[in-house]
Design a protein around this ligand. Structure first.
Ligand code: GLN
Length: 539
């Protein structure tokens, strides 16, 4: 069987859940018994997502092989329950970088190197390579941005060219938004008609339209889309808002999207299903007990709006862990900067069953987070620290339990007396030379657990592998002082040089990791640390 490529493009506006739609299409095809992979194309010039502020672009997701990608790679991993690696992520910057490098290497053999066809060619080569590496029957390719903008035009050109090369193996799906203006009171199809017309002008004709809206699409609008967008009426797929994104593959499956795609490629289902997934959705819908979890981050505010996108993997990991413990999460964003102004505000923490301090950078809000961690430690409130949350817990312990003065991370105060968190040896030069893109300690590294630890109990094994993204680390000069006062170094790198997990043994649950467990949590495979954290929170 020849390999199939499904391109997913966005119509009308961004932010309608194209990534989740791609992941869901993949899930549906996977449930028909096929091997699926997914690729994200980001139109940004940034070479990777690592240099983008989370409030600009959402969370930076980290892959096993150490790429810093768009958060949609995380969606693909969670829905497909498989690791997605660096070849499956590209940006305009990355594509141009390789074209220019190939030109420097004389690989174009004296030809004039042009934007078209050489850039789309590079895009196609990357897509084919990722598909081959994954040995995928279906490669879903999400083209970032919205049809009609300049930024993604070369990627659309790549779709058009590939379709001319292998017409029977390429399909395009548009995810579009159908507004229901409150004063008008009906769902409008015109913006989508225009988006399809714009897409047509690039030589691409979508086979399906996934109709994102507040409500399901009705027969009248389906017929309009069929008439004006050249698709069979039943290929206008309803994609209304849902309270749980993991319902979307089920919604698509119920409308026969998988079988219709297979039919379009003249293929047949291999007779599998998504029963386990459906069972989970069913189970969630019956849960009513809630657990109140506070997350202390700073990448939330943009203007008057609050964005939870910056911590999407953390949020999803909390959900997965809650469902595994038969509860629903009630999440609150804690603005720890307020604690710095008014210490009495810390009292609000006693209303929470558990607190998480996630990853972060720089000094803003750090003192408030340390105050929150102290409150958790002293009041036996379950605490889970993720990367910066581990570093700040280390600082808190050194200040308030060991009793050291002037304790900081070098990231916050370079010349402090007690840098219990300091820059990693191989990071020094990079920071000095401002070589900052993609140079942190990134991706999966092994870690060995102490058998006395809660982490060991959680994982049920001694050796684990987790994903990292940091430049600073636990300063080994302080190991003795800290362990003498009761801190447990629960996880170390195999050479014992790097502290990966700290715990406080006589606390209900106080576990903090240098790595980011949230990146490896999946709906049907919740992460052990999150699972045990929630278990402690509800006990
Ligand atoms: N800023 C810290 C470091 O670079 C923590 C990074 C993080 O939380 N991802 O080490």
């Amino acid at each position: 069987m020849s390999k199939k490529f499904i391109f997913v493009v966005g119509g009308v506006m961004s932010g309608v859940g194209k990534g989740v739609a791609c992941a869901s299409i993949g899930k549906v095809l996977q449930s028909k018994g096929y091997k699926v992979t997914a690729i994200k194309i980001d139109p940004y010039i940034n070479v990777d997502a690592g240099t983008m502020n989370p409030t600009e672009h959402g969370e930076v997701f980290v892959t096993d092989d150490g790429d810093e990608t768009d958060q949609d790679i995380g969606n693909y991993e969670r829905f497909l329950d498989q690791d997605i690696n660096s070849p499956n992520y590209m940006t305009t910057g990355r594509v141009y970088q390789s074209v220019i490098q190939r030109e420097r290497n004389l690989e174009y053999e004296g030809k004039c190197v042009e934007v078209v066809p050489h850039v789309p060619e590079e895009v196609i080569n990357r897509i084919k390579k990722a598909s081959e590496l994954a040995e995928a029957d279906f490669t879903i390719v999400e083209v970032g941005g919205t049809v009609g903008e300049y930024q993604n035009i070369l990627f659309l050109e790549a779709i058009r060219i590939l379709k001319t090369q292998i017409p029977d193996d390429v399909m395009t799906i548009m995810v579009s938004y159908l507004p229901i203006p409150s004063k008008v009171g009906e769902m409008k199809t015109k913006p989508t008609q225009n988006a399809v017309r714009t897409l047509n002008s690039t030589g691409i004709f979508p086979s399906f339209i996934l109709c994102r809206s507040e409500m399901p699409i009705d027969e009248v609008r389906r017929q309009k889309l069929a008439t004006f967008c050249n698709i069979p009426k039943d290929n206008a797929i309803s994609a209304p808002d849902v309270d749980n994104i993991y319902k979307i593959p089920v919604n698509f499956d119920d409308q026969g999207l998988g079988d219709k795609i297979l039919e379009g490629f003249k293929m047949e289902s291999k007779g599998k299903d998504m029963q386990k997934w459906r069972d989970l959705i069913e189970k969630i819908s019956k849960l009513d007990k809630k657990v109140k979890i506070g997350v202390a981050g700073k990448y939330f505010a943009t203007g008057d709006f609050t964005l939870s996108d910056s911590y999407i993997s953390v949020i999803e990991a909390i959900k997965h862990a809650c469902w595994a413990n038969d509860v629903l999460p009630e999440l609150t964003w804690l603005n720890t900067e307020e604690y710095e102004q008014d210490e009495s505000k810390l009292e609000e923490l006693k209303d929470y069953a558990g607190i998480i301090v996630p990853g972060g950078f720089g000094s803003r809000g750090v003192e408030g987070k340390i105050m929150a961690i102290k409150y958790c430690r002293e009041n036996n409130i379950p605490y889970l620290g993720l990367c910066y949350g581990m570093q700040l817990a280390t600082i808190e312990f050194a200040r308030n339990v060991v009793g050291l003065e002037d304790v900081y991370s070098e990231e916050v105060k370079k010349d402090c007396i007690n840098p219990v968190i300091h820059i990693m040896e191989d990071q020094k030069q990079k920071v000095e030379e401002k070589d900052m893109g993609g140079t942190m300690r990134l991706g999966a590294y092994p870690c060995v657990l102490d058998e006395k630890s809660k982490s060991f109990t959680a994982y049920g094994k001694k050796e684990i592998s987790e994903r990292h993204r940091h430049r600073y680390e636990f300063n080994n000069a302080y190991r003795n002082q800290m362990t003498e006062k009761g801190l447990l170094l629960a996880g170390l790198s195999p050479d014992k040089n790097l502290v990966e997990i700290i715990e406080i043994p006589d606390h209900k649950f106080f576990v903090a990791s240098q790595f980011h467990p949230e990146f490896k949590s999946r709906p049907l495979n919740p992460h052990p640390l999150f699972r045990e954290f929630i278990k402690a929170a509800i006990s």
